[in-house]
Write a protein that binds this ligand. Structure first.
Ligand SMILES: Cc1cc2nc3c(=O)[nH]c(=O)nc-3n(C[C@H](O)[C@H](O)[C@H](O)COP(=O)(O)O)c2cc1C
Length: 532
């Protein structure tokens, strides 16, 4: 297992016992969770990692049937930027799903991409970024009409790219009921993304719910993109009956919870006729698989924040978060370079070769690269993500971008994507606020994903926190992939002194930064260019 010993993100809140009664009050608000897990320069302490109980990052089940999936398949040959610019698909073009199609979706979503040797063996990195490489996210599949696969519920084993069967039967009607969407037709295929609390809690304690959500957003973006690239219509939701979905997947919900449900294309009329009368309990061995070490870290605020979001509410969908952060943009800046950069890598390669990198060099970033990145985060969402997109506002700190003054900009709309809020180079100050991660000062861009907590909860209740954090994670993965395609460096940053960060940007009392993603030119790229 990898652990970034030398990095400042290793620092954690000293103890979650600081907040003895907070689980109670968090029944009312998830914003309070964010507040109580904020980093404060004067209150940081070392966190001793329990190496004897390091969490297992691969989920394994005992004695269940496994279905191998093909790995050698033709993959889409599109370039990533065109894929983002292209339209969402509304119908299945190739007439249905088979095991090979499912395999392809999963391969492009979540796979092992590189390895390094450590004291206790090999450690494997994955196609989606994850705070501390702790990989809390798991994927489950509901199949009700995938050719070559029995109807049922499966767990996706990333380590050998196989499916482990958890339930036999037709569950598409049940899934429809659990996502409160009786009206729509049933789907032959659905994906469920979950998080195992103890994996990230091992390092980040109570702050880890942030990472469960952000990390899940990263994997979700890969899933959406693969579905878009392969031409399948899909519908994602963060709104479903938590306990019933957790039960369907056989989770020990004290340890692992569902966070997103994505139903894919096709039409099954009246799927409820197949509804099983009762969804049986799965054997204890299945639930036990949610346990990742003999002694797991207790992080009571994580559970409390998650439970605070149990209630579903329809909520507002036309919020404009950027107008309510307390910052007033001065000038709108059109950013239209003469040409769009040619990506170095095609879409699948951009996913497989995505990595975090930190060895930036201070060099002018071509404005065309900024434009390409803005396009990727402004692009219209497929799969019903539009309402959730309103839960955050995006911004960017720039330093030495060709023909653009340094400053803090809001990222708004297509016509004039940037609105200048504050001139001046704030990237160095931000790197100090991000727990003195000095390497960040060399980046050309720090993207910021922000929300007004009061507005968020007013509109959607405490569940809105899940929307905002997963949407921020999703945006983070988009930036990572675009950086990978363009040959830029990129790194997500979840560690920052929260209060200082809001003050630097001038946000109002109730607004907070949720996630920072830094991008820039890499030393290795400069060397490569010099050789050509
Ligand atoms: C939500 C999130 C927060 C992260 N925070 C930091 C951070 O504060 N500092 C850092 O150096 N890397 C950070 N990372 C990068 C991870 O350390 C990195 O993704 C992980 O080690 C896996 O390596 P890879 O991205 O190269 O595959 C973060 C990643 C994510 C997804």
């Amino acid at each position: 297992m990898l652990f970034n010993k030398g990095r400042p993100d290793a620092l954690c809140l000293k103890s979650y016992a600081f907040y003895p009664k907070i689980e109670e009050s968090m029944k009312q608000t998830a914003g309070l969770y964010h507040e109580k897990t904020s980093y404060d320069r004067s209150k940081m302490g070392g966190h001793i990692l329990d190496w004897q109980n390091q969490p297992e990052t691969l989920k394994r089940y005992e004695g269940r049937e496994t279905v191998a999936m093909p790995r050698e398949m033709p993959l889409p040959g599109e370039d990533l930027l065109s894929l983002y610019e292209g339209p969402c698909k509304t119908r299945i073009s190739n007439g249905g799903f088979g095991l090979a199609e499912l395999s392809k979706i999963l391969l492009l979503t979540y796979t092992l991409t590189s390895q390094s040797r450590h004291a206790n063996g090999m450690f494997y990195y994955r196609s989606a970024a994850s705070a501390g490489a702790l990989y809390p996210t798991e994927i489950y599949v509901m199949s009700h009409g995938v050719g070559g696969l029995d109807h049922g519920i499966y767990h996706f084993s990333i380590h050998d790219h196989s499916l482990v069967k958890l339930r036999d039967g037709r569950f598409s009607g049940a899934v429809n009921r659990f996502v409160n969407d009786r009206a729509s037709a049933g789907s032959p295929l659905a994906f469920f993304l979950t998080a195992i609390f103890a994996r990230s809690a091992w390092k980040y304690g109570n702050r880890s719910y942030r990472y469960h959500l952000l990390d899940t957003g990263h994997v979700l973006e890969n899933l959406h993109l693969s579905l878009k690239a392969l031409g399948y219509p899909f519908e994602n939701t963060f709104d479903f009956e938590d306990q019933r979905v957790n039960h369907l997947l056989g989770l020990d919900e004290e340890r692992e919870v569902a966070l997103a449900v994505c139903r894919v294309g096709g039409k099954l009329d009246s799927p409820e006729v197949f509804d099983p009368p009762v969804i049986e309990d799965l054997p204890e061995t299945v639930k036990k698989a949610s346990q990742v070490s003999p002694r797991e870290i207790e992080a009571p605020l994580v559970r409390a924040a998650h439970n605070a979001g149990y209630d579903l509410n329809s909520g507002e969908t036309d919020l404009n978060m950027c107008q309510d952060l307390g910052i007033i943009p001065k000038t709108r800046i059109p950013v239209f370079p003469e040409s769009r950069p040619e990506p170095d890598l095609l879409y699948p390669e951009a996913v497989f070769r995505r990595r975090s990198s930190r060895n930036f060099v201070a060099e002018t970033l071509p404005v065309s690269h900024l434009y390409a990145l803005l396009n990727v985060i402004i692009e219209t969402d497929c799969g019903g993500m539009d309402p959730y997109a309103h839960s955050i506002c995006s911004g960017v700190l720039t330093s030495d971008v060709e023909s653009l003054g340094d400053g803090f900009y809001l990222v708004d709309e297509k016509k004039a994507p940037l609105s200048l809020v504050k001139p001046g180079d704030l990237t160095g100050a931000m790197s100090r606020i991000c727990l003195d991660q000095g390497w960040m000062a060399g980046a050309s861009l720090h993207f910021m994903f922000m929300t007004n907590m009061a507005l968020l909860e007013g509109a959607w209740g405490p569940r809105g926190y899940r929307y905002a954090m997963m949407t921020a994670g999703l945006m983070g993965e988009r930036l990572y992939l675009a950086a990978s395609a363009l040959g830029l460096g990129c790194c997500g940053i979840g560690a920052f002194y929260d209060g200082e960060a809001s003050r630097l940007l001038g946000l109002n009392e109730t607004s907070r930064i949720l996630y920072v993603v830094s991008l820039g030119i890499l030393k290795s790229m400069r060397k490569r260019d010099a050789l050509q």
